[in-house]
Design a protein around this ligand. Structure first.
Ligand SMILES: NC(=O)c1ccc[n+]([C@@H]2O[C@H](COP(=O)([O-])OP(=O)(O)OC[C@H]3O[C@@H](n4cnc5c(N)ncnc54)[C@H](OP(=O)(O)O)[C@@H]3O)[C@@H](O)[C@H]2O)c1
Length: 259
């Protein structure tokens, strides 16, 4: 049976997931997206003309076979209350929101337990995401595989322990933001130094791909890898950057865990 999809929230993550599926030629035939923000829906419709957009009524999006909760933490409880009487018995609810556990969501939905949690990763847009997923025990293996099969189009989709999802939010969900601005800056610098945009992008892409493999796959200890290049023009900034990583990421993790 061809499954219908309903996304509640038509912002960034919905754009990423639909974009990745579309790029892989796997955009589901029936996709409805609800949002309070008409502009977000218009933008989405411009990108994916086949989708149905539903301004201001989450209940209609919630009546599909796969219901995707793509809103931020502060409105999750309110949205769950709004949709709880509109979910089909055999629907799957897929939540992207951190902090709300499968049990917590189930309680807010009056006992509905066909729940999946996933931590989306923005590179899914180019089918290179790493999207850890945890299923409620109520979902049979066959249905898990069906959903995973669709999401393989976005990249890797490992099944993980639910308690680890907030760690993945820090490492993979938000991870690109720690680096993207640096790579964008490096590209600007490459241009200033005389490389054209294509040369700059190629150089940085290959440098980064090789650098990460050297760090994790060369068999050398991290200190040995980092010692391979004696010139380190940013050495004076390293301690400050490491401190910022440690303090801010761990504080964000604790907040996500409600500690
Ligand atoms: N973006 C990522 O890469 C990423 C990665 C991991 C996890 N996530 C999770 O995915 C969820 C969505 O994130 P996002 O980045 O897509 O956020 P976003 O770009 O802000 O999109 C959320 C959308 O939901 C709308 N919205 C707000 N209240 C609503 C309601 N009551 N009913 C329906 N729609 C409502 C928002 O409208 P307004 O703007 O008008 O409020 C906005 O258009 C969050 O839980 C986030 O933690 C995102």
């Amino acid at each position: 049976m061809v499954k219908s999809w309903g996304f509640i929230g038509g912002g960034r993550v919905t754009r990423i997931i639909l974009g990745g599926l579309n790029r892989a030629g796997r955009l589901p035939r029936e996709v409805a997206v609800s949002d309070m923000d008409r502009e977000a829906l218009e933008r989405l419709k411009g990108l994916f003309p086949s989708i149905e957009t539903i301004p201001g009524d989450n209940r209609r999006a919630a009546s599909r076979d796969i219901v995707v909760l793509a809103v931020h933490y502060p409105v999750v409880a309110q949205v769950l209350e709004e949709i709880k009487d509109h979910l089909k018995e055999e629907a799957l609810l897929l939540s992207f929101a951190p902090r709300f556990t499968i049990n917590g969501i189930s309680q807010l939905l009056g006992g509905f337990d066909r729940i999946v949690r996933m931590v989306p990763n923005a590179p899914s847009l180019v089918n290179m995401g790493y999207n850890p997923v945890a299923f409620s025990p109520a979902i049979p293996e066959e249905e898990r595989q069906e959903l995973l099969d669709t999401f393989q189009a976005l990249g890797e989709c490992p099944q993980v322990q639910e308690e680890k999802l907030e760690a993945y939010v820090i490492i993979t969900g938000m991870g690109p933001t720690y680096f993207w601005f640096q790579w964008a800056e490096l590209l600007e610098i490459a241009r200033e130094l005389g490389l054209n945009p294509k040369e700059g992008e190629e150089a940085i892409l290959h440098m980064l791909t090789g650098a990460i493999r050297a760090l994790y796959q060369s068999g050398l200890a991290p200190e040995e890898v980092m010692d391979l290049i004696p010139a380190r023009p940013l050495a004076q900034e390293e301690e400050g950057i490491k401190r910022a990583f440690r303090e801010r990421l761990i504080a964000t993790f604790r907040k996500l865990k409600g500690e």
